[in-house]
Design a binder for this molecule. Sequence first.
Ligand code: ATP
Length: 212
Amino acid sequence: MRPIGVFGGTFDPIHYGHLRSAFEMLQALDFEEVRFIPCGDPPHRGVTFANAEQRYRLVECAIDRQEGFVADDRELRRDGPSYTIDTLISLRKEFPERSLGLIIGMDAFLGLPGWHRWDDLLDVAHIVVAHRPGWKAPDIGVLGEMITEYGTHKVDDLHVMTSGRIHIHAVTQLEISSTEIRDLVAAGRDPRFLMPDAVRDEILKTGVYKGD
Ligand code: ATP
């Protein structure tokens, strides 16, 4: 049974930076699937611009027909702040024997010590960090110690064990941000080629991000 990649985010909106990273992980780490899990109520971010249903719909548009990409709405169905640890525990209940790989960008990884119950994450899943080629991972502080203790270069470890390792994986870095896209749309410009056409069409059709 191959691992399941768990890719959470606000996805406000989802774009090619997210999709390309997830796709490279899916292929290079030989994951069974990558689940895109938009957060319902992001504890770290305050407000989102599109509501949870709209962001989920954009994820659905984005992954349409890509084998191995799955949209997962469990955080929308749960009340209260969307803590990653709760999401992982619910996936663990659903897939007791399966390796789970939490996919996060290096920027998110550097903020990990601020996450709710962050030191429980490795009990439930691996952490797979999408890394900008050529950038250095932290080697000091709590995260440095964590990498020294749990880090692995071997993709096999993510298949053999069901949780507990940190794997840093270089992905093609596309300098696209959701913030930039929202600003562009609010200014009346076309976000084409920053995201799949289906996502762009849905954004333009619904007028989300138009900013009144
Ligand atoms: P914003 O611009 O609103 O901050 P964002 O795109 O950075 O949005 P999220 O949607 O919450 O934020 O990101 C979800 C995950 O995707 C995070 O782990 C983040 O590190 C990663 N990520 C965001 N942008 C990119 C990108 N261009 N390439 C690769 N990974 C990204």
